[in-house]
Design a protein around this ligand. Structure first.
Ligand code: OSB
Ligand code: MG
Length: 370
């Protein structure tokens, strides 16, 4: 397809409550929305999820703005599409969130041009996805039990809690005592531990967790393989897997049984599909889809990814109401009574962006005409 213009619109969105992890606390976050319009006037949307500081990854909204404006957009001349996009930006090392935001706008656009929902366009196999909820570090364990219980009452199929040194075994013990053994529960350390903490993970083995997400270093594969030899609970990698090649190495080393695939972290839906093909189709191991507190735009892409066959655990894809008072799409993403989110029937990501609202709220904008 031939693009008429690509716009960047940066909005800041405020969470309903602070989200605290081992690397910091978020109450407001930037979202760079990418609006890609082709010659016939059809429009696709993507979202750049990079935070304002380089904590989860080295990318920030500033680095993403710079890399997209100065290096990615100038490549979008002539006939471009989502499948050819990686080759256009392959000289740019890293900056996967910047790439992913643009790439996903092209996927939405390509699916809309064919009049198909994005999830079907990328080969998804289910029309509802299992929804879990990621719960930040709470001020007290009483707060934690109350917050988790309210999400369970809403119907979320599993709960992930953030842990960090000093807030790990006790929160899990309290949740098990208060809510019982049948709650599907897992923890995410966001790389806050080292191999010298193996005893913490041995103790967590007693609580029947589904998995432990990214316990060790954010680029590490070797130490995770060592830790895996000392514990029973499966290890799930998040930060350490930036592409399908990392997934292959994780398999060869024995670093993880499960991968939390975040399309933003791996550079988009194309690399998500490559990881899925390798980890699930070739190696027979499960994946699930993680989130970055996306607005309804980014979440539309996550929902599409979560319809892939190899997604075998509930996802960090919650309803709009879990994150924001008001989302920037219509309809907002809603949780069904059975703890699922329905894959949309409308074309593309299946939700309309509230464009007037986005334009008037935008802190900055940039327009590129190929
Ligand atoms: O590690 O999975 C993570 C949010 C921001 C940065 C990192 C992570 C998260 C989450 C939230 O866990 C998942 C969601 O979007 O609901
Ligand atoms: Mg994580």
């Amino acid at each position: 397809m031939e693009l008429r213009r690509v716009e960047l619109l940066e909005v800041w969105v405020r969470l309903k409550s602070p989200f605290e992890t081992s690397f910091g606390k978020t109450l407001e976050r930037p979202a760079i929305l990418v609006r890609a319009e082709e010659r016939g006037g059809e429009v696709g949307w993507g979202e750049v999820v990079a935070d304002s500081g380089p904590w989860y990854s080295y990318e920030t909204n500033e680095t993403a703005w710079h890399v997209i404006r100065d290096f990615i957009l100038p490549q979008l001349k002539g006939d471009v599409g989502p499948r050819g996009f990686p080759a256009l930006v392959s000289r740019i090392r890293g900056h996967n969130m910047a790439k992913a935001g643009v790439e996903m706008a092209l996927w939405d656009l390509a699916a809309k041009l064919e009049g198909r929902p994005l999830w079907q366009y990328i080969g998804g196999v289910r029309d509802r996805i299992a929804s879990g909820v990621s719960v930040g570090i709470q001020p007290s364990l009483e707060d934690l039990v109350r917050v988790v219980d309210s999400y369970v009452q809403e119907g979320y199929q599993r709960v992930k809690i953030k842990i960090r040194p000093g807030y790990d075994v006790e929160p899990v013990r309290r949740l098990r005592e208060a809510l019982g053994p049948s709650l599907k529960l897992q923890v995410d350390a966001n790389a806050a531990y080292t191999l010298s903490d193996v005893e913490v993970f041995r103790r967590l083995d007693d609580f029947g967790l589904l998995m432990i997400e990214q316990p060790l270093g954010w680029r590490d594969l070797v130490d995770h393989a060592e830790l895996a030899r000392h514990i029973r609970t499966p290890i799930c990698l998040d930060e350490s897997v930036a592409d399908a090649d990392d997934a292959r190495k994780a398999y060869q080393l024995g670093s993880a049984m499960i991968i939390n695939v975040k399309p933003a972290r791996v550079g988009g839906l194309g690399e998500t599909l490559r990881i899925h093909d390798l980890w699930y189709r070739q190696l027979g191991r499960p994946i699930w889809i993680g989130g970055m507190l996306e607005t309804g735009v980014g979440r539309g892409h996550l929902v599409a990814a979560a319809t892939l066959e190899g997604v075998r655990y509930p996802n960090d894809i919650s309803a709009s109401s879990r994150y924001y008072e008001e989302d920037i799409v219509e309809p907002p993403w809603e949780l069904n009574r059975d703890g699922t989110i329905s894959a949309p029937r409308a074309s593309g990501i299946g939700a309309e962006v509230l464009e007037d609202k986005v334009r008037s709220a935008a802190k900055r904008a940039y327009e590129f005409r190929p």
